[in-house]
Design a protein around this ligand. Structure first.
Ligand code: C2E
Ligand code: MG
Ligand code: MG
Length: 635
């Protein structure tokens, strides 16, 4: 603010100046003249000079003001040029979303004249699919103190919608009312370019089908949709049969042609919304969404098979290709992710190939669950071995008539950290046919020999029999391994070790087994046939295998008082043993009466609860010290 002393501190404004001039004009002219007449001429000259100087100064100031005004006007024009012709659109929006002012570019972008723009709602220019987003953004950008940017499709009159990048900043207008300044630019080209890049990243260049990336996306979406709608989703893994030969024989160009043609043919069999993706050379995955029932997938799968096996004309060639399909469904009883679903379908496809190609195979989730449980169980057993959770119990075998303890049978147990002491029936069947059974079998032999050593040092010398599975016995290096384990226990007489062969029905090559048993005999390890009488070819074994003992299966003993047939079989087995000069022992002798009858029939040796239950190693010496046979048996 400019203040002049002569005007008593009043602001110099055009209005004030005029008032001041009028006041001076009205003052008494005569008084001024009298004052002038009293003045000396030199004084008047000086005042006139001062007045002239003052006038010049005023004119200069005037000139300066005029120049400033001209510059301001030029600047204003430049600003409006800039504002209107800027490469981006500017608008000011009211809180209600009304366009209060706009530059020319904004009008051009939205395809209307500026007059037609001001006063309209911004939302009128937003694409209907982006209305919700715009609504959400509007709520935010009015509250935000900072710049806020977003992308929307905007409408341009008589033209296709365009993609706009919008930046907003909240401000106040001259009346201190909240407004938002909005800058908009057309990014349609950038969007197209982005879309093209996405397309390249998500689609297979040859067939234009979704690739693995997009498939994985669609599969996740499909799974979510299946959950929402409560309808199953089918996942089909399709691999062409013999496509490699087509490529090799006719060249890649023909191969490409075949892929494109088949892709189109397969696509035509699908419903809208289903996906077919190419995920490898000749591998495709098809997603069948919203099936009413799993069975609904089957006709579609058959149509896919038909679509691939139609004869194809490529150049002058007539080709026929087929496909193998693996199918799995979502949801399943167990939680499952996209990777595993694809793997299941792939596995099923492999089964279809194995079964002869040109067919489909449905993945068996139940079987898979069993397999997986078994796998987990075996893993746990592996760990249990490392943690020394397995141990041996020992059950005495005696001569009932003399009372002599002829040995003990080592029986494996699993001291499970959660489930307690487990009998072998609960875990051995799970590792049948698994290499772990061999490892465990060798552990048992070694543990039994270690125990024999310990008892030997305590002054207790006892024969130990160890159960050996048919699989273990038929291992290539069984005899060597046995010798190696024996060599670890030099104090032990191998004659104190006996092997009980189980599952005799699984003994495949008699001549070989016979040789193995014979080899062991050479270093004094003898064999007995366990559970005798249950195998279907027991007689053959007796004839061919150089065994020392037969153990009568406990099932014949258990029912001997109720079932006359069992008595007949028992006496048959006992006579056989005598005829072949074999030792005989009865298993499962639970009462004194059982023992008495067995003795009467000519079987003196027995094992069973009537004598003792299987016991931990440390209990055996105490039991041995107090054991004496029943008077009923001795007489
Ligand atoms: P097995 O070799 O016939 O062993 C006899 C089974 O009968 C033992 O069961 C024993 O506890 C049980 N038993 C003994 N006396 C009586 C009785 O009076 N009444 C009744 N009801 N049962 C009696 P366990 O210990 O459960 O073993 C079951 C089977 O597991 C064994 O039958 C054997 O085939 C196998 N097995 C045990 N330990 C091993 C091992 O270390 N390796 C292998 N491969 N198999 C083993
Ligand atoms: Mg046994
Ligand atoms: Mg047995």
């Amino acid at each position: 603010m400019i203040v002049d002393e002569n005007f008593d501190g009043v602001e110099i404004l055009p209005k004030n100046l005029r008032l001041q001039a009028e006041r001076i004009a009205c003052e008494n002219m005569d008084e001024s003249r009298e004052d002038l007449e009293k003045m000396l001429p030199e004084e008047i000259g000086r005042i006139l000079h001062e007045l002239r100087v003052h006038q010049i100064e005023l004119e200069m100031q005037n000139e300066e003001l005029r120049q400033t005004q001209i510059e301001l006007d030029a600047q204003r024009e430049r600003y409006f040029d800039l504002y209107d012709l800027a490469p981006v659109g500017y608008c000011t929006l009211s809180e209600a979303g009304l366009i209060l002012e706009a530059n020319l570019t904004a009008a051009v972008l939205l395809g209307v004249s500026r007059n037609n723009l001001v006063g309209r709602l911004m939302s009128k220019f937003v694409h209907k699919e982006d209305q919700n987003n715009y609504y959400l953004y509007r709520k935010k950008f009015f509250k935000s103190d900072e710049k806020f940017s977003f992308e929307l499709r905007l409408l341009r009159e008589n033209n296709p919608p365009f993609w706009a990048h919008l930046v907003t900043i909240a401000a106040k207008n001259s009346d201190n009312i909240s407004v938002v300044r909005l800058v908009m630019s057309d990014i349609t080209e950038k969007k197209l370019y982005e879309n093209e890049l996405n397309r390249i990243a998500q689609y297979d260049a040859l067939t234009n089908l979704p690739n693995r990336v997009l498939l994985s996306d669609r599969l996740s979406q499909g799974m979510a949709q299946s959950q929402r709608h409560g309808l199953p989703l089918g996942v089909v893994y399709l691999d062409l049969d013999g496509f490699k030969e087509v490529n090799d024989t006719h060249g890649h160009e023909v191969g490409d042609h075949v892929l494109i043609t088949l892709s189109n043919q397969m696509k035509q069999t699908l419903r809208e919304g289903d996906t077919i993706a190419r995920i490898g050379g000749d591998e495709f995955v098809i997603l069948l969404l919203d099936l009413n029932t799993i069975e609904d997938a089957i006709p579609m799968i058959i149509r896919l098979l038909e679509a691939t096996s139609k004869p194809l004309n490529v150049d002058d060639l007539l080709l026929q290709i087929t496909a193998s399909l693996g199918v799995t469904f979502y949801p399943q009883a167990q939680k499952i992710d996209t990777d595993l679903l694809l793997r299941q379908a792939d596995q099923a496809m492999y089964q279809a190939k194995l079964a002869g190609r040109n067919r489909y195979h449905v993945f068996d989730t139940q079987q898979d669950t069993l397999l997986r449980e078994r796998y987990e169980f075996i893993e746990n057993m592996h760990k249990a071995m490392q943690l020394s959770e397995f141990l041996l119990y020992y059950q005495p075998k005696v001569n009932m008539k003399t009372g002599v303890v002829i040995g003990v049978e080592a029986l494996i147990r699993w001291q499970h950290p959660k489930n307690g002491l487990l009998p072998p029936a609960l875990f051995l069947p799970m590792i049948e046919d698994h290499p772990l059974s061999i490892e465990l079998g060798e552990w048992v032999i070694n543990a039994a020999l270690t125990q024999m050593e310990r008892w030997h040092h305590e002054g207790v010398d006892v024969h130990i029999s160890v159960n050996v599975s048919a699989r273990q016995l038929q291992e290539d290096n069984f005899v060597n391994r046995l010798q190696e384990i024996l060599a670890l226990h030099p104090d032990i007489n191998p004659a104190y070790l006996e092997l009980e062969v189980l599952e005799t029905s699984k003994l495949e090559d008699m001549t070989r087994i016979s040789k193995i048993i014979q080899s062991c005999r050479e270093f004094e390890v003898l064999f007995s046939l366990d559970d005798f009488g249950t195998g279907y070819s027991s007689l053959t074994y007796l004839q061919q295998l150089p065994i020392a003992t037969i153990k009568i299966d406990q099932s014949f003993i258990r029912d001997m008082f109720n079932n006359p047939n069992d008595i007949a079989i028992l006496s048959g087995i006992i006579s056989l043993a005598h005829a072949f000069h074999l030792n005989i022992i009865a298993e499962g002798v639970e009462t004194i009466a059982h023992g008495e009858l067995l003795l009467q029939m000519g079987c003196e040796c027995a094992q069973g609860y009537a004598i003792a239950r299987p016991m931990p190693a440390h209990e055996f010496p105490g039991w041995l010290a107090t054991w004496c046979s029943y008077s009923e048996w001795i007489k």
